[in-house]
Design a protein around this ligand. Structure first.
Ligand code: ADP
Ligand code: MG
Length: 347
């Protein structure tokens, strides 16, 4: 479609993030005085009367774009759909409380299939102590679409925005990275082999960690509780859904700072490393550009160094820099490389 002046801009020319910026810059509409944060972070922040804040976030998963049912069991898909939403609440340093689930379904799905999907979602609800309180159901002509909205809470002073990083802060990530992407390569390879030879049985036992990283990621709510018990208040934070490079661009833009990342500090599981090599992939590229790990990337004041330096779930991977220094990767051989902007996703 084009507008009345006949101008037509391709979505692919500005990409997903460019489009969101354009929507945000349209201005107009109503502004509510209780909205502390609107478009531009992992969740919107709404001040409530008792001094706490509501956190509101939504994520949509579309068949063929975000998942492939030929290797994604419905139960895992349900679990993942909840996890990716809860992850955005964790990224604000908040706690999830309620969920709304909307589905568009075709008659390809049976009642039992929908129940499988819900069994996965409800298992995740138990794990994250969040209640499914409603949603919407409609028919679809093009596969399954799952849209989940999550509501969470946080004390105002505990909320971590993307914009709060300070100069000389430590740059940290939780867990290990790259596994979900390498897991996806593995599943795609098995699918391709199965299409040629349907009699084959997938040999995935040796890759259990990677497969689960892709099929059943967990939101790092445990980190939110750990921050609390360690007395840590990240200055900025977001979750890693699109790959570390892309998330660093967001943190950089929102905080007005650059970053230096040390390649030898990037956390990677041995199975991820070995399998990436088996596929002829550079493990660092899998970490920087892979995505879907749903770990947290955050900044901390240097004074917290002692608290995190030996923490088994936290890696210090770099530090902030003045904005003009940009995003830098110090390679294992000691050379500085600019971190490349992500390609356009989704369009
Ligand atoms: P995340 O990966 O953390 O879910 P996104 O990249 O999807 O975040 O979104 C970034 C920000 O843009 C969020 O604040 C989100 O609410 C907002 N956003 C995304 N899509 C739209 C849209 N179509 N209209 C308005 N805001 C949007
Ligand atoms: Mg996010």
């Amino acid at each position: 479609m084009s507008n009345f002046s006949g101008q037509r801009t391709e979505l692919s020319s500005i990409g997903e993030f460019g489009l969101i910026d354009r929507i945000r810059n349209m201005g107009g509409g109503f502004k509510h005085p209780n909205t502390l944060k609107s478009i531009g972070d992992d969740a919107a922040v709404i001040k409530s009367t008792d001094g706490t804040c509501l956190l509101l976030s939504t994520d949509l998963l579309a068949e063929g774009v975000h998942f492939d049912l030929s290797y994604m069991p419905l139960k895992h898909l349900g679990y993942k759909a909840v996890s990716v939403n809860v992850s955005d609440i964790a990224a604000m340093n908040g706690k999830p409380e309620q969920l709304l689930v909307s589905l568009a379904l075709s008659n390809r799905f049976s009642v039992e299939a929908v129940e499988e999907l819900y069994a996965g979602m409800l298992a995740a609800c138990e794990d994250y102590s969040v209640e499914l309180v409603g949603g919407d159901t409609t028919s679809s002509k093009s596969g399954l679409v799952i849209s989940i909205t999550v509501l969470g809470k946080a004390q105002e002073q505990k909320i971590c925005y993307r914009s709060g990083a300070m100069l000389h802060d430590l740059l940290c990530v939780s867990g290990d990275l790259g596994g979900a992407f390498v897991g996806l390569q593995l599943l795609a390879r098995e699918k391709a082999e199965w299409e040629v030879n349907p009699a084959m049985t997938p040999q995935l036992e040796a890759y259990d960690y990677l497969v689960m990283r892709q099929l059943k990621p967990t939101a790092r709510m445990d980190m939110v509780y750990q921050f609390e018990s360690l007395g840590l208040q990240p200055t900025s934070m977001m979750d890693i859904s699109d790959g570390l490079a892309s998330e660093l661009f967001h943190l950089s833009k929102a905080s007005g700072l650059g970053f230096r990342v040390y390649e030898d500090k990037l956390p990677i599981d041995q199975q991820t490393y070995d399998t990436a090599r088996e596929f002829g992939l550079d493990p660092t590229t899998c970490i920087m550009n892979g995505g879907e790990d749903y770990e947290l990337v955050f900044t901390l004041p240097q004074s917290d160094f002692e608290k995190v330096k030996n923490h088994p779930d936290i890696s210090i991977i770099g530090h902030t820099l003045p904005m003009e220094e940009g995003l830098q990767l110090m390679s294992k051989s000691g050379q500085l490389h600019p971190i490349q902007a992500q390609g356009w996703r989704h369009f």
